[in-house]
Design a protein around this ligand. Structure first.
Ligand SMILES: C[S@@+](CC[C@H](N)C(=O)[O-])C[C@H]1O[C@@H](n2cnc3c(N)ncnc32)[C@H](O)[C@@H]1O
Length: 418
């Protein structure tokens, strides 16, 4: 029993430390029988998050049959009670994975400069919304706003709209932006920027928008298909014989998603399809086409990959089986940039994908490092240098991550994409 959060017994929280203290107290007073009885009660009443989510999925499968992998992924990541992103601070050394903005402030600062350059190029319009999809801890936006503060004109013309499903993440975002936690629809940062939160990108008011999505698309649910006898069959999540584990099963025939997204030109043996990415991509491109603006999408992936990339991470290690202990690990799939391009609607320019290495070098990360080193302690200097290496080195993040941009037709070519 590592850490128990039980939503079936009124959200009571126990952890090993507290339980052990209490049990030692009882045992120290020769009340062993009472300690054992209480422990048994705790075990009976409380299930871990993963057991709760497993039971929930099992009952769904028993009623309506195996579910799509996309449905499983959505539940495992964003189920309101037990989803991975809903209950955990998952980032950094103590979490399960680290993202570029969490590695170094230089990353967010250069993205901030890219947006400021975009804004200057299109004639410094007022009333721009900066919409970040899946902002995590809010570190990237905090770094961007710090850069914008250096250009006071910019700050007064921008407001920030976050698209986020997790209350846990929203509280981290508020903390990082220096905003007191509260249940308000919008807040103002100490430097005067209005920040609002929305659950879906479609809920954000329409208008001139700069979109930012860093490691957002890879968290969207994917469907898996395998060719059997020349036809695509969807892989589904069902129960094993003893109904105590989830496992992949093959659907007997093609599914509606296969009919919509897989055409006669698709000839890979395995296919991963992300309909939610299609919905988001067509929505934001249409908005940029109509109201102006741009988008910067950064993620890992390739164009038109022919193999499954769905995987999970726990404590920075790849997990063996993403269907075991649902809700306990990050689940992610590579972004198919070719697919994103095909989902563009309206008239926009698209650029890239180019590698993160190429983007950061062109944006002047080495020059930024030099400036930061001028005032760094020796330990800070070591960290800065190794962070830069991590961000741009081809075998680390440099070539795995790609930058893909959209602009309104009337905008000139954005920096780094010439
Ligand atoms: C991998 S994290 C990336 C965080 C951040 N962008 C970074 O790079 O550090 C994914 C983020 O997207 C959010 N998220 C996941 N699925 C989402 C969805 N369907 N709609 C909105 N946000 C979502 C998560 O709560 C989390 O904040």
């Amino acid at each position: 029993m590592n850490f128990i959060i039980c939503y079936t017994c009124h959200k009571k929280f126990f952890n090993n430390y507290r339980i052990n203290l209490f049990m030692n107290l009882l045992r120290g007073r020769n009340l062993n029988f009472l300690a054992d009885k209480i422990l048994l009660q705790i075990r009976l009443q409380c299930k871990s998050v993963h057991t709760c989510l497993f039971d929930h999925l099992k009952s769904q499968i028993k009623i309506v049959g195996p579910m799509t992998v996309a449905n499983y992924m959505k539940e495992a990541l964003t189920n309101p009670k037990w989803g991975y992103y809903m209950t955990n601070d998952v980032f950094g050394a103590k979490g399960d994975f680290t993202t570029s903005p969490e590695i170094s402030q230089m990353f967010g600062e250069l993205i901030g400069i890219w947006f400021v350059a975009q804004w200057i190029q299109i004639g410094k319009p007022c009333g721009v919304q900066l919409v970040e999809l899946g902002p995590g801890r809010g570190t990237l936006m905090a770094d961007i706003l710090r850069v914008m503060k250096q250009f006071p004109e910019t700050l007064s013309n921008f407001e920030v709209n976050f698209v986020e499903v997790s209350e846990k993440m929203i509280s981290l975002q508020k903390k990082n932006l220096g905003i007191p936690h509260g249940k308000k629809d919008f807040c103002i940062t100490p430097s005067g920027t209005k920040v609002s939160w929305f659950t879906h990108v479609q809920d954000v008011p329409k208008g001139l928008t700069f979109y930012l999505a860093h490691e957002f698309f890879d968290a969207l649910p994917v469907h898996l298909f395998k060719k059997v006898g020349g036809k695509y069959h969807e892989l589904l999540v069902g129960l094993n014989r003893s109904e105590n584990e989830l496992q992949l099963v093959t659907a007997p025939g093609p599914s509606p998603v296969a009919r919509t997204f897989l055409n006669s030109e698709t000839n890979a043996d395995e296919c991963e399809v992300c309909p939610e990415a299609a919905v988001v991509m067509s929505y934001i491109s249409e908005n940029i086409s109509t109201y102006g603006g741009c988008a910067m999408i950064i993620d890992y992936g390739e164009s038109d990959s022919q193999r499954f990339s769905l995987r999970g991470y726990k404590n920075h290690v790849l997990v063996d089986n993403i269907f075991k202990n649902p809700g306990s690990c990050d689940i992610t799939a590579n972004v198919d940039f070719g697919f994103l391009k095909r989902c563009i609607r309206g008239e926009v320019h698209h650029y890239g994908p180019i590698t993160q290495r190429s983007f950061l070098l062109q944006m002047g990360i080495q020059q930024r490092l030099k400036v930061l080193l001028n005032t760094a302690t020796s330990e800070q200097a070591r960290n800065l240098i190794s962070s830069l290496d991590y961000l741009i080195s081809p075998e680390k993040m440099g070539e795995k991550f790609k930058c893909f941009a959209l602009t309104n037709l009337s905008s000139p070519v954005p920096p780094c994409f010439t």
